[in-house]
Design a protein around this ligand. Sequence first.
Ligand code: ADP
Length: 191
Amino acid sequence: MINIVIFGPPGAGKGTQAKILADKYHLVHLSTGDILRAEIAARTESGLRAKEIMDRGELVSDQIVIDMLASKLESDARGYIFDGFPRTIAQAEALDELMDTYNTSITLMLSLEVPEIELITRIFIRGKDSGRPDDRNEDVIRNRIVQYNRKTAPLIGYYSGQGKHYSITGTGGIEEINQRLCQAIESGIHA
Ligand code: ADP
């Protein structure tokens, strides 16, 4: 079983690449951003509470996100690609425990590196047709990057400590970036 964490700041291309990798390696793609947006669309209580937080570019509470993610795990999956999760050390610890209960573990963490100026441009362009309110306001976009640097970037140390962190250049064409990710996966699997 291969379990991948695809990692990086907002706008790094996690979702785009996760979809391609999920198809190629037959993984279940779990995006906490997508799960939260589905909860908002369904107007559930936790979705509506999360919406206000997401619209400000802050992080939704660990417990809500961990519970949502746990409910999506399947006993017969061939592996997962986690996209947008974990985003805090507490979430990473919870994920390790969840994987353990399914007798598996995170195989590797692929970290997409993209300069901040390019992130902002990419998110703005996406915001023109994504329909996401958090992609349309520059202050919110900047706050998401601040939150990433403060709360999420420390996960690089967490996964490096476990020998699972791979740094990937996240600029260039989608196909080119995908090839870099596949190379890291092949070397990670056989490490
Ligand atoms: P991006 O990576 O471009 O910011 P996402 O769809 O991954 O897009 O996340 C959108 C928003 O959803 C985040 O800004 C945050 O408010 C919320 N969110 C998504 N995943 C998590 C998570 N694991 N923990 C807390 N909040 C999350």
